[in-house]
Design a protein around this ligand. Structure first.
Ligand code: HAM
Length: 429
């Protein structure tokens, strides 16, 4: 019987694990240089934590269960509620501003499809305790910093920015009542996944007539580069865009204007966002969002903490990996390479293998050896090359005692080296 992993999950063989470690390292490196400290929380939480403010989309996709005491629990589908709970419970003792990052694995019972799985990794960066556009722009800068670190360029990807207040004003003008705005945000977030009739029907239930839906669709098709808010006012018929002005200036000051554009079609499905919202998309638009975030100024208070401004984002590993592969930016050899691969061509010389391996490992080298002994050196060298080792150490009967043959697999140069200076020979090369 052949057993398969659950739908929407992945097995991580060494190659996939090495790739994931490569991404984790990039995420950690960029987080640290942008001033974020690493945190984490539990893999499951009380179901209620997600019912408070994540919004219907996420609640419908929860993996939830009861423990033996009848408590309702859910596997984390996102990190933001845990972060808000952690900040709320220690708000007074935490040094402000709070800049935290984490890289949790999350589970959502989504229909598995390209770019969306049921278990994935998500890099989160959140900045808490600072109001104002400078913090929003710094979060977006951190995201862009990661993209640059991985070799992406502005022509590959775009940070699409919008503001809930701006979208709110437009929707109100189009006839959506205040108490239906959150449902409208959720609906608009899902509009690409719905067929046109179902969308028009749902929009009309929110008070939008078909021509108003069409007008909204038209507004959503406009794109504005940084520095063009006046044009946006004109085309959308809004009196002002004061909520975006400071952000616009900050994005330019951080030097990331060419990575960003305004797109009022970005509303975000999660219910807790209060201001700036943004998503990262591959420029062709063919793939699902690579990252999403925004300002959520009320969540920490809602979780019993003080009133604190907060902004952050989450980026999954799935679409990011697809985009990097698509652009030829996925490094091929991210698995750790051995420094040395020890081989023996005779039974007598093979007796030295364990001691030599142990000694090199003690000296901090990544040392592997062949489990075979054969006179066929070519075969052994092939094994060393397959392991991607930098050097092969050859133990044979011809080399004088206390010395070994060392072959550099890149240059094919071979030298006789004293065993006691082997580690420094390899380390210096
Ligand atoms: P989100 O938009 O639900 O936001 O997810 C952010 C990113 O996580 C997505 O853009 C995508 O890269 C990845 N992602 C989401 N669902 C899946 C899935 N089923 N499979 C693969 N990747 C997925 C949030 O989660 C917010 N809590 C982010 C945030 C942090 N906002 C403020 N701070």
């Amino acid at each position: 019987m052949k057993l398969q992993g659950p739908r929407g999950t992945r097995d991580f063989y060494p190659k996939e694990c090495a790739w994931q470690n490569f991404l984790l390292e990039a995420w950690r490196k960029v987080s640290v240089r942008n001033g974020f400290e690493e945190v984490d929380g539990p893999f499951f939480e009380s179901l209620d934590l997600y019912k408070i403010k994540s919004g219907e989309g996420i609640v419908n996709e929860l993996f939830h269960f009861e423990d033996r005491g009848g408590r309702e629990l859910a596997i984390r589908p996102e990190f933001t509620p845990t972060l808000a709970r952690m900040v709320a419970s220690k708000a007074n003792s935490l040094q402000k501003p709070i800049k935290w990052f984490c890289v949790p694995n999350l589970c959502r019972a989504e229909r598995p499809q390209r770019g969306r799985l049921r278990e994935f990794l998500q890099w989160n960066c959140d900045l808490i305790g600072v109001d104002g556009a400078m913090a929003d722009a710094e979060c977006i800068f951190t995201l862009v910093d990661l993209l640059r670190e991985l070799g992406l360029e502005p022509q590959h990807v775009r940070v699409k920015i919008s503001h809930r207040q701006t979208v709110r004003t437009i929707l109100t003008k189009l006839g959506v009542a205040e108490d239906k705005l959150l449902t409208a945000f959720d609906l608009l977030d899902r509009r690409d996944k719905m067929d046109a009739d179902a969308f028009t029907k749902a929009a009309s239930e929110l008070g939008m007539a078909p021509e108003q839906v069409e007008r909204f669709e038209q507004i959503c098709r406009f794109r504005y580069p940084c520095g063009s808010l006046a044009q946006m006012c004109e085309q959308t018929g809004l009196d002002s865009l004061h909520e975006l002005e400071e952000l616009d200036a900050q994005l330019q000051a951080f030097g990331i204007a060419d990575w960003c554009e305004y797109d009022l079609g970005i509303v975000r499905g999660l219910a807790y966002y209060t201001g700036t919202v943004f998503e990262l998309h591959e420029t062709s638009g063919a793939m699902r969002a690579m990252a999403g975030g925004g300002r959520y100024d009320k969540l920490i208070e809602l979780f019993g903490g003080p009133s604190m401004g907060a902004v952050g984002f989450g980026m999954g590993d799935v679409v990011l990996s697809e985009v990097l592969a698509d652009k030829g930016l996925m490094p091929q050899d991210v698995s750790p390479r051995p420094d040395v691969f020890i081989v023996a061509t005779s039974d007598a010389s093979a007796t030295q293998v364990p001691m030599l391996t142990a000694s090199l490992r003690e000296q901090g080298l990544h040392a592997r050896f062949s489990y075979k002994t054969t006179r066929n050196l070519g075969k052994l060298l092939k094994d060393a090359a397959n392991a991607r080792s930098r050097f092969v150490v050859i133990l044979d009967d011809d080399t004088p005692n206390g010395q070994v043959q060392v072959k550099d697999l890149q240059t094919s140069e071979q030298q006789t080296v004293a065993i006691e200076s082997l580690a420094s020979h390899v380390a210096l090369a």
